[in-house]
Design a protein around this ligand. Structure first.
Ligand SMILES: Nc1ncnc2c1ncn2[C@@H]1O[C@H](COP(=O)(O)OP(=O)(O)O)[C@@H](O)[C@H]1O
Ligand SMILES: [Mg+2]
Length: 455
């Protein structure tokens, strides 16, 4: 996964990062609001020696005090002092708990000690800090006094505690910022992971390489197509343009031996095969070509439904020998597009469409048309679709953007190759208009994997 892929993944999955940002920030806000606000009162103590008669005594004294400071930090956080403070203030808390509310730090290279007392009540925090300032000097002098000498150390309060006005925790703004950032990053990572795990075909160059044929068309997803399936002349939309470009690219496929009988298939159901057949046929008819559409997906015949024609008689009647082509051909629109509907569903649909009579029918249609478009079942789930594929000049493979997996396209194209069918080109189908390829894919574009490899 290169840098560009990461960028593309972020562009496609930016909403995951945004959701992370919002959820993280909101969660941090709720947690912060639910937390009991705590207040911190600060006091500062100073440790000195009482003997300051000579310079060397002062120096030694300050050394002594600095050494003492380390032990005093422990004493300040100890339970002995806490018990005395609780006694003085008449507090009903255990010394251990009270000691836990006290945080002590030293100012390096000095004899200053910072004491912080945190409590849910600002007044109590202040009172405890004050009591520490009163009790600690006593405790120290008790401990430092020996039988022979008086305590050489004196502890004094240099800064008394003030009443805290704002809570020291929770730090709501900081929490919200951190929560939003962390969850936003997790969301971005999820977007990248999602793109990384996505095995669906999304790039024309990938589709071309896997299918071993150029991408000859890109059809955008369009509500109009979804609603009516058919983009005819009356509804000349930008949508019809996609099919016209497909029509234009058809003529470049094989200049020496232009394919006339063309099957449209895909690896899976619902990749837009029938929609392509119908609209491509309309685009060809519009350009004055004689076109016949053969509805050879007997399991899910949709051509007649999309065009609003009768589906009762058609291909299966011809193949069974009970009707002639002319008898069952229907015509659609002002350009006279010829359609042979599926006809009654037989018990053995796949055998029927791969039969010799089918081959004969296609030869007959070839003689009287410029193009014969054969709508077919999907390749992977229906065993004999490949049987039909060898009766035609070539196959156009539809690939539904972001849906068909690379391995499925690979498998379908391998099955076609195994029977000796020719894959003419790939149509990247039902592409969301916002997808990157949608804008990158110029009009009349043909993406050839081999050609690009030469570049
Ligand atoms: N370009 C498109 N934009 C929007 N919807 C589409 C497009 N192409 C096909 N569809 C819709 O997708 C569904 C499946 O299409 P269909 O052509 O029947 O697929 P298949 O023949 O591969 O099973 C249909 O509802 C169709 O209207
Ligand atoms: Mg279909």
């Amino acid at each position: 996964m290169g840098f560009r892929d990461v960028l593309a993944a972020l562009r496609a999955g930016w909403w995951l990062a945004v959701i992370g940002l919002l959820v993280g920030g909101l969660a941090a806000l709720v947690v912060s609001l639910l937390m009991t606000p705590l207040y911190t009162a600060k006091t500062q103590l100073f440790v000195s020696t009482t003997d300051s008669s000579t310079t060397s005594a002062v120096f030694q004294g300050s050394q002594f005090s600095q050494e003492r400071v380390t032990s005093y930090v422990q004493l300040l956080q100890g339970e002995e002092l806490a018990a005395r403070v609780a006694d003085q203030l008449d507090l009903a808390v255990s010394p251990a708990r009270l000691a836990g509310q006290v945080d002590v730090t030293t100012v390096p290279q000095t004899v200053l000690i910072d004491v912080r007392v945190t409590d849910a009540s600002p007044q109590r925090a202040q009172q405890i800090a004050e009591a520490i300032g009163q009790q600690f000097p006593f405790l120290v002098s008790e401990l430092e006094t020996t039988t022979t000498a008086e305590s050489p150390v004196r502890v004094s309060v240099v800064r008394g505690p003030e009443l805290p006005t704002a809570p020291s925790s929770p730090r709501t703004v900081l929490n919200v910022v951190i929560g939003a950032l962390v969850a936003g990053l997790v969301g971005a990572a999820a977007a990248i992971a999602r793109a990384h795990l996505d095995r669906s075909v999304k790039k024309p160059e990938e589709a071309a390489e896997v299918a071993g044929a150029p991408v000859i068309g890109l059809v955008l997803r369009h509500p109009a197509v979804e609603a009516n399936h058919v983009v005819d002349r009356a509804r000349m939309s930008e949508m019809a343009e996609d099919y016209r470009h497909l029509r234009a690219n058809l003529q470049f496929l094989d200049v020496d031996e232009p394919p006339k009988v063309i099957m449209v298939s895909s690896a899976l159901p619902s990749e837009g095969k029938t929609t392509v057949v119908v609209n491509l046929a309309l685009a060809l008819a519009e350009a004055g070509r004689r076109v016949t559409v053969v509805e050879a997906d007997l399991r899910r015949p949709r051509v007649s439904r999309y065009l609003g024609l009768v589906g009762g008689v058609g291909l299966t009647n011809i193949l069974a020998g009970s009707a002639d082509v002319e008898e069952v051909t229907q015509y659609y629109g002002e350009d006279g597009l010829a359609v042979i509907a599926a006809g009654p569903t037989p018990p053995n649909p796949s055998q029927l469409v791969a039969s010799t009579s089918m081959a004969e029918l296609l030869e007959k249609l070839r003689a009287s048309n410029d193009f014969v478009l054969v709508d077919s079942p999907p390749i992977l789930p229906v065993a004999d679709t490949t049987g039909l594929s060898v009766l035609v000049d070539g196959v156009l493979l539809c690939v539904r953007y972001g849906n068909t997996r690379t391995d499925q396209l690979q498998q379908a194209s391998a099955m076609l190759e195994r029977v000796g069918a020719k894959t003419l080109g790939v149509i990247l189908n039902i592409v969301p208009p916002r997808a990157e390829v949608a804008s990158a894919f110029g009009h009349g574009y043909v993406y050839d994997a081999e050609a690009s490899a030469d570049r």
